[in-house]
Design a protein around this ligand. Sequence first.
Ligand SMILES: [Zn+2]
Length: 55
Amino acid sequence: MEDITLTCTDCGEEFIFTGGEREFFEEKGYDEPKRCKSCRDKRKSEKGNRGFKPY
Ligand SMILES: [Zn+2]
């Protein structure tokens, strides 16, 4: 699969969703990611450190 560019719903930055990742997501039946890696990492670490905090 080809790499595609998606737009992050959090920061609005474009990020690459690679062909390998697309195959993995499709195999698992996941939807396309809505956030870039840095936002996902940020949310994950915030969740881990401080618990769930809605915006
Ligand atoms: Zn982002």
